[in-house]
Design a protein around this ligand. Structure first.
Ligand SMILES: *Cc1c(COP(=O)(O)O)cnc(C)c1O
Length: 361
């Protein structure tokens, strides 16, 4: 039997190969390769999709975080979780901010809002909180905003894993001061290369991000803002993303169905994190196991593609080691594993994963 991959990007391209080829051909013949008509159209479509006044294309999800932070927090501390892959820490350091970590909720794996509030109570140099909708599960951003806004602390939503999530009628990336998106190929909306975006309802923040993504220019060759970079979303990628955007909700539904099948099948040595309802995009099928490394070996032995998101919490990374202790984050890092999850998995493949996790040894 052939192995079942954790992800297979080729199948995703095949699904809309004709439209993608036509989009690429359209760019080739247009004569515009950066910030042309398709880029503008994609920005508008994304803003409508997310439910914000503005969406600004940038070169990656990490750049989106850097630019969002630079736009809303000139200095100080950014509070965030340490279990979300390190991207916010990379961005905070690049933006000249100091990341301070709060622990996560043991059930949802999302930032614990009470823990955030303790940090806000303990120090007066916090300028922003970054909340990651981890694995696709949309956090209660309204609650976080209600705790942060009275203190003048900005909230940035990292939506790299949560495009299309909706909670109480509001989209991920439309509730905090700014939302950031990645179109890295494995994301729920993937480019065929790198890409990202920043969303916001705030006209001034939008204008600032727009200046910062292109050298700090307010108009051509006129630099008004410090901290500008070159972070443009390519015209080719924008054209491809515009083809794929209308399919994101259906793909998210398929991902949730796959995770629901795993949750129903798994024996009690694996706890598959639930991914139900519009507030989850099913980005990753994550399970907890008390004997994780042995479980990984068994699954690999049965031909199932697996990975760990994420093995090293930010506060324990060699580059950034800090002496904070985050007991829940540390425990979960030793328990999580990810199962195959992408929309083009066949029913037969899903069933085979189910059979294996129902009786993993
Ligand atoms: C992928 C990802 C990013 C970074 O996006 P890039 O486009 O790879 O720079 C940031 N945050 C989260 C949660 C991600 O999953």
């Amino acid at each position: 039997m052939t192995d079942i991959p954790l992800n297979d990007l080729g199948r995703g391209v095949e699904e809309h190969a004709t439209e993608i080829r036509a989009a690429i051909e359209g760019v080739l013949t247009s004569g515009w390769y950066v910030h042309g008509a398709r880029h503008g159209e994609f920005e508008s479509a994304l803003a409508t999709f997310v439910g914000t006044r503005h969406a600004i294309g940038v070169a990656s999800g990490t750049d989106a975080l850097v630019l969002a932070l630079r736009a809303c927090a000139a200095s100080g501390v950014v509070v965030t979780a340490a279990n979300a892959g390190g991207y916010t820490s990379v961005a905070a350091h690049r933006a000249g901010l100091v990341p301070v970590y709060a622990d996560v909720d043991p059930d949802t794996h999302l930032l614990d809002h009470d823990a955030v509030e303790s940090v806000l109570d303990a120090r007066d140099d916090v300028t922003a909180v970054v909340i990651t909708h981890l694995y696709g599960r949309m956090a209660d951003v309204e609650d976080l905003v209600s705790r942060c806004r009275p203190r003048g602390v900005r909230v940035v939503e990292d939506c790299a894993q949560s495009i299309g999530a909706v909670r109480r009628g509001r989209g991920a990336g439309a509730i905090g001061d700014l939302g950031t998106f990645s179109f890295y190929p494995t994301k729920n909306l993937g480019a065929l290369g790198d890409g990202g975006a920043v969303t916001t309802d705030d006209d001034e923040l939008a204008a600032k991000v727009t200046r910062l993504r292109q050298y700090g220019w307010s108009s051509k060759y006129v630099v008004t803002d410090m901290g500008g970079i070159n972070s443009r979303l390519d015209e080719l990628q924008a054209a491809i993303l515009a083809v794929r955007l209308p399919h994101v909700r259906a793909w998210n539904t398929r991902r949730r169905d796959i995770i629901a099948a795993y949750a129903a099948a798994a024996d009690d040595r694996l706890r598959v994190l639930p991914a139900t309802g519009q507030e989850h995009t099913g980005h990753l099928a994550v399970a907890e196991s008390a004997d994780r490394d042995a479980m990984l070996d068994r699954l690999r032995g049965a031909g199932i593609g697996v990975d760990v998101h994420y093995p090293v919490p930010d506060h324990l990374q060699l580059a950034w080691t800090t002496d904070v202790s985050l007991p829940v984050t540390e425990r979960l890092a030793g328990r999580v594993l990810s199962l195959p999850c992408f929309p083009q998995l066949t029913d037969a493949e899903v069933q085979r994963v189910c059979d294996v996790i129902a009786a993993p040894s």
